[in-house]
Design a protein around this ligand. Structure first.
Ligand SMILES: Nc1ncnc2c1ncn2[C@@H]1O[C@H](COP(=O)(O)OP(=O)(O)OP(=O)(O)O)[C@@H](O)[C@H]1O
Ligand SMILES: [Mg+2]
Length: 458
């Protein structure tokens, strides 16, 4: 449950508890008040009747005296007096005024459960009347109490509603910056350090926002430096590759060429001079040296093909990707390659990272997956580009096995640019999908916008 929900819930509980306690106290007080009032009324009535009974013996007309005793109670709101004969028949009865308001029956039953009727027997004189009954009638008293209770409960409920509304508004306002803070932290987690928070609200929250802003500032700086370092690393690697390619080409290539030419020359010499008694053997050895040299030259050319795409400068990204694919295609003609790469450059560093991802993903698919088909695509998506390499090979679960350096390197390069790398099952069936999302800088985005739609090739 949210913090706001918890606070509002706790305050609601306290207020409801106070309302309940107030209701119970009001009820107990009302019950007690009715009890006391009714007991007092009955006491007065009893005394009055007893006094009149004492006077009865001195009365000349006892029946009239008794009927007058009953009429004394006319208008009494709490007690009704009834004169009954010896058989219980009503001879005279006082009139009780009805209560002003209509009290709900449940309240009457709750507050004034039952009061006993009191019977005062007439002394045995030669008369048909037998007793005066005093019947307590709590309705008027409860009516008064009901009005009090209504006022008390209305005041309590109004207080409850006002306090609840007031506290809810204060809590909502105070906690508002926390929502923004949570969203800002979520963005930082996703690698976006640009959010800054206004330092408003309570001093504690303003302090938190200030701390967040300073942290975001520092993280942003560090991410920028990291990016610069990653770019330098990629550039250094490219330079190293270029140097290696140059060495291979300039130092090893000419010697292999020389071996090729010299072996051909030996064959010519043997042919022209006959080569002596072992001329045949010499010619055969010269031919095998020539074959080995050709093989080595072919191999060196292949390695150069692998190394050269690292040097993107003159080639461009799309051409470099094609070179890598051609390299694998020449060795694995059984594998079908599908390419969808736009003829665009996203900047030297980004191109280098994209190429490194494609190179490693392709070489993994060829090395580990035994695929029949591999698809390579670069898809521009507004502020990002998706680099996707999908094979239909045997697949693997990256969580199950320890990763080698290839996957780690891919992840690090993409992360250094603030991107994300996902390695998943091929959504179209068997195999693996390597999915890198790399953010494009402003310059790269404009280059993309101008780029022609990349040619598809299979
Ligand atoms: N496309 C794929 N299909 C099947 N298995 C794969 C695929 N890509 C990676 N793997 C598995 O993941 C492991 C780790 O790959 P990673 O590229 O990190 O290391 P590597 O290729 O074994 O060695 P290197 O450090 O030379 O790249 C591989 O050994 C392989 O078992
Ligand atoms: Mg690998």
């Amino acid at each position: 449950m949210s913090l706001r929900g918890r606070l509002v819930g706790a305050i609601t509980l306290v207020l409801v508890g106070a309302l309940l306690a107030g209701s119970v106290l009001t009820y107990l007080h009302a019950q007690r008040k009715v009890e006391i009032e009714m007991a007092a009324a009955m006491e007065v009535a009893r005394n009055t009747v007893q006094r009149r009974m004492e006077e009865l013996t001195r009365s000349f007309r006892p029946q009239i005296h008794l009927e007058e005793t009953v009429t004394i109670f006319d208008g009494d709101r709490h007690v009704q007096a009834t004169l009954v004969d010896r058989d219980g028949g009503v001879v005279a009865q006082s009139r009780v005024p009805p209560p002003e308001n209509r009290v709900p029956d449940w309240f009457l039953a709750a507050v004034a459960p039952s009061f006993e009727t009191e019977r005062i027997d007439v002394p045995s004189i030669p008369m048909p009347v037998g007793a005066i009954l005093l019947v307590p009638d709590p309705r008027s008293e409860v009516d008064e109490v009901w009005a009090d209770v209504q006022i008390t409960l209305t005041v309590l409920a109004s207080f409850f509603i006002a306090s609840f509304g007031f506290v809810s508004v204060i809590i909502s306002r105070s906690l508002k910056p926390i929502g923004a803070l949570a969203e800002a932290y979520r963005r930082i987690g996703a690698g976006d350090y640009s959010t800054r928070l206004p330092q408003t609200g309570s001093p504690e929250l303003a302090g938190l926002c200030q701390g967040y802003n300073e942290m975001a500032e520092r993280l942003g700086d560090m991410a920028g430096k990291n990016r610069q370092l990653a770019e330098q690393l990629v550039r250094l690697q490219d330079e190293e590759r270029a140097e290696l390619a140059r060495d291979l080409h300039d130092e090893v290539g000419p010697f292999l060429f020389a071996v090729d030419v010299d072996s051909a020359a030996i064959a010519v010499i043997v042919k022209e001079t006959g080569g002596g008694p072992r001329g045949g053997d010499i010619a055969a050895k010269a031919a095998s040296i020539k074959a080995a040299a050709s093989h080595a030259r072919l191999h060196v050319r292949g390695i150069l093909g692998q190394l050269r795409p690292g040097v993107l400068g003159s080639l461009g990204l799309a051409a470099a990707v094609r070179e890598i694919v051609d390299f694998h295609r020449s060795r694995r003609p059984d594998v079908a390659f599908a390419l969808d790469v736009p003829e665009a450059s996203y900047g030297e560093v980004l191109d280098g990272v994209i190429l490194a991802v494609i190179r490693e993903a392709l070489s993994n698919a060829i090395k580990h997956a035994e695929p029949r088909k591999i698809e390579v695509s670069i898809v521009p998506m507004g502020q990002e580009a998706a680099v996707v390499v999908v094979d239909d090979g045997r697949g693997f679960d990256p969580k199950d096995r320890p990763t080698g350096y290839g996957l780690i390197g891919m992840r690090e390069r993409v992360a250094a640019l603030g991107g994300m790398l996902a390695i998943e099952r091929n959504p179209a069936g068997r195999g693996t999908a390597v999915n890198a999302i790399v953010p494009l800088s402003g310059n790269n985005r404009s280059a993309l916008a101008e780029a022609p739609v990349g040619g598809k090739e299979t």
